[in-house]
Design a protein around this ligand. Structure first.
Ligand code: PLP
Length: 377
C-alpha cells in the first residue's frame, strides 16, 4: 500500500468519497458522542443486520476481539479444534484466552477444515470447533453441525472473509452458535478497524454487548460477569456507514475482476472448488499451482514486474512452535497447499489491463517451465 515502486499492489483499501465520510463524522461532532453505543453505531448495526440478513449484530473493535468475545461468551474451556490453513488470528485468538488449540487437516478440494479430520481430533477436553470459511467459501456446515450435536460442542465460525455470502439464499453468518467477522482495512468491507459477532438469540446478544463493555450489565445494573473493552467507536461506525452506502458497487466491480481472471487464466491453473449452493463475494483470488517450484517461479515473475502476490495462507499454522510443545498435528494436506497457493491482486480500482498483464505473465511463466521440462526429457 502506498509504495511508489509497486506497479500493482496485492490490495488497496476501498475509500468512500471523503465528503460522504465527513457527512457521518459531522453527525458525530453534532452529537458530541464518540463511543459507547452512540447513534452512528446503532444505525450501522441496524443497517448491517438488514444488509447481511442476520438477527443480532454485536459490533466490536476488530475481528480478533469478536472471536475472543465468542470464546468467553460460551465460557469455553479445554481445547478447540480449528484449521491450520488460515490467518494466524484464528488460532492465536484462542491461545490468547487460554484455550488449547488442536489442528485438524483441510479438504484438498475447498481448503476448508475437513469434518472427518475434526472428528479424529476431538477428545474429552474439546469444547468447540472453530472453522473458517476460507476465502469466503462456506465450510461443510451440515457435517460440522452433526459433529457438534454428537459431541455437544459449540461452533464458532471465523467468518472474517464471508461478508455477504449466501448459502441456499440464506446468510452463511447464521450458521453455528456464533460467527465472527472482520472489518479490517484489508477486507472487502471495512471500517478501518472493526468487526462483529453475529449471534442468533437475544440472550447471547445482550450478554455479548455487556461483555464488550467491561462486563457492565445493562439489563440488571451492576457487574454480573467478566468483560473487556471490545467496543467499536463512532468514527469507525461512520466509516462503516459510508462503506455500506457503496458496498453494492464495490462487490459488483470485484466480481467483474474475479470473472475476468477466471476467463483469462482458464485451466492454466487450478482453483479451490467453490460451494455450489453459495454465492461468491470476490474477496480473494486464490490460485493453485502444481508445486512450490511452479508457485515460486510465478511469484518471482510477477515480482520482477513490481506486481505483488502472496502465498496466503502460509505457513501451515500447525507447524508454529508455540502450538507444538509436547504435541504434533497431522496436517499433510494443509502443508502441501501452503506451498501451492498464491493470492493475486484483487481490489476495487484494479484495472482490467492490470489483470490481463498478470494473466499473461502467469501463462508465459508456466509455458516456459513446461518447455524446459520437455527439453530436459
Ligand atoms: C482478518 C482475519 C482475522 C482478524 O480480523 P481483525 O479484524 O484483523 O482482527 C481473523 N481471521 C481471519 C481468517 C482473517 O482473515
Amino acid at each position: 500500500m502506498g509504495d511508489a515502486n509497486i506497479a500493482i499492489p496485492l490490495n488497496e483499501p476501498y475509500l468512500p468519497a471523503f465528503k460522504k465520510y465527513e457527512k457521518y463524522l459531522e453527525k458525530m461532532y453534532a452529537n458530541k458522542w464518540l463511543t459507547n453505543g452512540g447513534p452512528l453505531l446503532q444505525e450501522f448495526a441496524l443497517r448491517l443486520q438488514d444488509y447481511l440478513d442476520v438477527p443480532y449484530v454485536v459490533l466490536t473493535s476488530n475481528g480478533t476481539a469478536a472471536l475472543q468475545l465468542a470464546y468467553r461468551l460460551y465460557n469455553l474451556q479445554g481445547n478447540v479444534v480449528t484449521t491450520p490453513f488460515s490467518f494466524i488470528a484464528t488460532c492465536n485468538s484462542a491461545d490468547w484466552v487460554g484455550l488449547k488449540v488442536k489442528f485438524a487437516d483441510i479438504d484438498p478440494d475447498n481448503l476448508n477444515i475437513s469434518p472427518a479430520a475434526i472428528e479424529k481430533s476431538i477428545d474429552e477436553n474439546t469444547t468447540a470447533i472453530v472453522p473458517v470459511h476460507t476465502y469466503g467459501n462456506p465450510c461443510d456446515v451440515k457435517n460440522i453441525k452433526k459433529l457438534a450435536d454428537k459431541y455437544k460442542l459449540k461452533i464458532i465460525y471465523d467468518a472474517a472473509h464471508a461478508f455477504g455470502i449466501k448459502r441456499h439464499k440464506r446468510s452463511i453468518l447464521n450458521q453455528g452458535h456464533a460467527s465472527a467477522i472482520s472489518f479490517h482495512a484489508t477486507k472487502l468491507f471495512h471500517c478501518i478497524e472493526g468487526g462483529a459477532l453475529i449471534v442468533n438469540n437475544r440472550e447471547d446478544y445482550q450478554r455479548a454487548q455487556n461483555m464488550i463493555n467491561f462486563g457492565i450489565d445493562a439489563q440488571k445494573g451492576g457487574i454480573s460477569y467478566t468483560g473487556f473493552n471490545g467496543k467499536m467507536s463512532e468514527a469507525h461506525a461512520a466509516m462503516g456507514l459510508a462503506m455500506l452506502d457503496d458496498i453494492d458497487k464495490v462487490l459488483e466491480k470485484r466480481l467483474e475482476h474475479y470473472h475476468l481472471y477466471k476467463q483469462l487464466l482458464g485451466d492454466a491453473v487450478a482453483y479451490p472448488i467453490w460451494d455450489k449452493s453459495s454465492t461468491q463475494n470476490a474477496g480473494y483470488f486464490p490460485v493453485l499451482f502444481e508445486d512450490k517450484k511452479q508457485r515460486d517461479s510465478v511469484y518471482e515473475a510477477l515480482s520482477r514486474k513490481n506486481i505483488q502476490s502472496r502465498a496466503y495462507f502460509s505457513p501451515s499454522l500447525n507447524s508454529l512452535n508455540h502450538f507444538t510443545k509436547n504435541q504434533s498435528f497431522d496436517c499433510p494436506v494443509s502443508e502441501i497447499m501452503v506451498d501451492r497457493v498464491l493470492c493475486l491482486p484483487l481490489f476495487y480500482v484494479l484495472k482490467p489491463t492490470g489483470i490481463k498483464q498478470i494473466c499473461t505473465i502467469i501463462k508465459s511463466t508456466l509455458q516456459s517451465q513446461s518447455l524446459r521440462l520437455k527439453e530436459a526429457i
